[in-house]
Design a protein around this ligand. Structure first.
Ligand code: NDP
Ligand code: GDR
Length: 328
């Protein structure tokens, strides 16, 4: 039975990846932080077969301990402070967790493996946010990185550290440059879920309007359930490498609003949406559109859920959730 250790087990991707690996017969271990993590219950109910170990990416010895217990064949490093807007307000903490945390995990794997590069395969959750200021479209593995947020800068550090450990120690360390991926499990602070929750509440008469930031930014949005398959595929290759994982399509926040409101029968959403400076960013990533050719050709990976279906799935889930919460 193969064994995997996942950091970021309480997050959106941690849950989908756990389900995928359990379905493939893995023994799955998850790193959980904090003495009373409010998401513990969610993990226990969603993926009860995952074995939880306490640890934090900023604490190298806790990572080593987790490795000693889990004895993993594969490590998926998904843990991070992942909300871009928050990263300007907590730049130093974001650097410690999202950036230096990757180094801690790589170093823990190296020490645990006693420099045997065949012992553990490593996946790093890199991000399209590393592309930042548009240099080339669509963005591919070779596109110049120009991050626009403390989060993006921290991810660039983690990305190059992963490459560096591969080149220095021969470690099987791969980096997935994943574009935005969403699901009904997406945190409510991210724009897709913020919109689908608000649309559901507006439809049910629980809320009058929604306050947004920049409506012109464009993102390449896919479904998280599809994207965790690409993570797993990367670690099944003979050689470690870096891959862009994306749909190859882009949509603006306005289009997101169009599609989400249309699912509840509202075609003219302008009257429900206002904008406020507090949701604007000091520096914006205007356009993301990824070229997933390498992932398609080398991993045989392709996304299954398209943008309208993704938004439909999220609105349907939020209608149900909001109805249940309101007792309707
Ligand atoms: P989430 O924000 O949903 O989850 C982040 C996870 O990181 C949580 O489980 C959180 O745990 C954990 N975490 C936070 N701080 C620490 C820490 N100090 N030590 C250990 N774990 C910690 O993110 P997603 O699931 O959406 O994303 C997974 C990864 O992929 C992240 O690294 C993200 O940056 C990256 N990524 C995501 C994309 C997306 O569109 N979703 C796209 C590209 C990259 P806790 O419950 O304790 O807070
Ligand atoms: P992003 O996702 O920053 O791309 O990072 P987010 O959903 O937060 O923002 C996407 C775009 O929407 C614009 N926007 C708003 N965003 C939020 N959150 N709230 C608003 O009200 C709002 N109005 C407009 C933003 O300005 C931005 O342009 C996500 C995270 O999952 C990262 O961890 C990951 O690395 C990247 O995707 C790829």
């Amino acid at each position: 039975m193969p064994r995997a250790l996942i950091t970021g087990i309480t997050g959106q991707d941690g849950l989908y990846l756990s389900e995928l690996l359990l379905s493939k017969g893995y023994e799955v271990f998850g790193l959980i932080r904090g003495q009373n993590n409010p998401k513990l219950e969610l993990v226990r109910t969603t993926v009860p077969d995952v074995k939880l170990l306490t640890g934090d990416l900023t604490d190298l010895s806790s990572l080593l301990r987790a490795l000693e217990v889990a004895k993993p064949d594969e490590v998926y490093n998904l843990g991070a402070i992942s909300f871009v807007a928050y990263s300007w307000e907590n730049a130093s903490l974001t650097t410690d967790v999202t950036g230096k945390g990757v180094l801690n995990m790589l170093e823990a794997v190296r020490l645990y493996s006693h420099d045997d590069p065949t012992k553990v395969r490593f996946y790093q959750a890199s991000s399209s946010e590393m592309f930042g200021k548009v240099q080339e479209v669509p963005q591919r593995e070779s596109t110049l990185l120009w991050p626009r947020s403390p989060y993006g800068v921290a991810k660039v550090f983690g990305h190059y550290m992963t490459i560096n450990y591969r080149e220095s120690y021969g470690m099987h360390a791969s980096s997935g440059i994943l574009f935005n991926h969403e699901s009904p499990r997406r945190g409510p602070e991210f724009v897709t879920r913020k919109v689908t929750q608000a649309v559901a509440r507006i439809k049910l008469g629980l809320q009058d309007s929604i306050v947004m930031g920049n409506l012109d930014a464009k993102r390449d949005w896919g479904f998280a359930g599809d994207y965790v398959e690409a993570m797993w595929l990367m670690l099944q290759q003979d050689e470690a490498d870096d891959y862009v994982v994306a749909t190859g399509e882009t949509h603006s926040i306005r289009e997101l609003l169009d599609v989400a409101f249309s699912h509840v029968g509202i075609d003219d959403w302008e009257g429900y949406v206002t904008q406020d400076a507090r949701f604007m960013r000091p520096a914006e990533v205007e356009l993301l559109i990824g070229d997933p050719t390498k992932a398609r050709e080398k991993l045989g990976w392709a996304p299954k859920v398209d943008f309208p279906e993704l938004v439909r799935m999220m609105v349907a889930n939020d209608l149900e959730e909001q109805r249940a919460q309101a007792g309707r």
